[in-house]
Design a protein around this ligand. Structure first.
Ligand code: ZN
Length: 307
């Protein structure tokens, strides 16, 4: 029993093969090529590489799942509005279905990651906050919360600073324009700062940038923590994984908020905040679980009933 899971991010793609105990037996990562043709090419290259490393052919996988940014129609396998992948609309499943012998399951990348987090933490009370190219969250609260138009957790374009930076959505000061990877990379470049070591930057610009990112992420964590009050609040995505200083800084900030406020329960939020050890592989693991049919969280069977 081998499941293939592939996560296509705006920057990198990662694939894993999981055995029957959901342990990784083979994996491969490479840079993404944007646009429909590029995404298809990268997807098949990753699939073939993982199959080769697992010592099997593509048609030997028992389950196949894909996690991808944007609006994913799980029934039709069509992706729309994957802005960071430069895809307006793409019938992804139809394009690759002939390569595999089993049905291909697909879902939004952040939603598949929270399914992986739930499996790894053995919990159905998890919120995952992804700071990748953009910013989004997903929640397991007994089951995966999808909401209207599968849009639950799409917090990236909530405005935090009404006079902030212009955003690609047409507004100013969205969460993405403060702690999203695309905006952060541009700002770090402009100010000649190193995001990965911002905590030890002695310049006023470096200290101000670290303080702002920390404070805003602490506010975002509080917002989603109060939304579902999950047992586990997981931070992930390239922005988080590149900056080991960020998690302790955000925890310290939350404790500091707690010194002057009796509510929200900042100390508890800080204690529930964490990153995953598997970090960059989590979305691909989640994609493989989705491929196995765990579309509403790992402890639910594919029909949505509790075990
Ligand atoms: Zn926006």
């Amino acid at each position: 029993m081998l499941s293939l899971g592939i996560d296509i991010g705006a920057t990198k793609a990662h694939g894993v093969a999981l055995d029957e105990h959901n342990q990784i037996v083979a994996e491969h990562g490479q840079f993404t090529i944007r646009g429909p043709e590029g995404v298809r090419t990268v997807l098949m290259e990753v699939a073939e590489k993982v199959a080769e490393r697992a010592g099997i052919g593509l048609r030997d996988f028992d389950a196949v799942g894909i996690g991808i940014p944007g609006v994913v129609n799980r029934e039709t396998g069509v992706i729309t509005s994957a802005v960071n992948l430069q895809i307006e609309q793409m019938p992804l499943r139809k394009l690759i279905a002939g390569e595999f012998s089993v049905p291909i399951h697909m879902d939004n990348d952040v939603k598949v990651t929270v399914v992986a987090a739930g499996m790894l933490l053995n919990s159905l009370s998890v919120t995952y906050i992804n700071l990748g190219t953009g910013v989004a969250a997903a929640t397991l609260a007994g089951r995966l919360i999808r909401g209207w138009d599968n849009a639950a957790g799409e917090i990236g374009h909530i405005v935090f600073e009404t006079d902030g930076h212009p955003c690609r959505c047409g507004q100013r000061g969205c969460i993405e324009t403060i702690i999203g990877g695309a905006y952060l990379a541009a700002r770090m470049n402009l100010l000649e700062l190193d995001w990965t070591k911002l905590d030890v930057d002695p310049t006023p610009a470096g200290r101000a940038a670290a303080a702002q990112a920390t404070s805003v992420l602490a506010r975002v964590a509080t917002m989603v923590a109060m939304g579902y009050a999950s047992d586990h609040i997981v931070l992930g995505g390239g922005v988080v994984l590149a900056a080991p200083w960020l998690l302790p800084a955000v925890k310290a900030q939350l404790h500091q908020f707690g010194e002057v406020a009796t509510f929200p329960p900042y100390d508890s939020i800080a204690e529930r905040l964490m990153t995953l050890e598997v970090d960059i592989k989590a979305p691909a693991i989640g994609a493989a679980l989705i491929g196995q049919g765990w579309t509403e969280g790992y402890k639910l069977d594919p029909q949505g009933n509790c075990e």
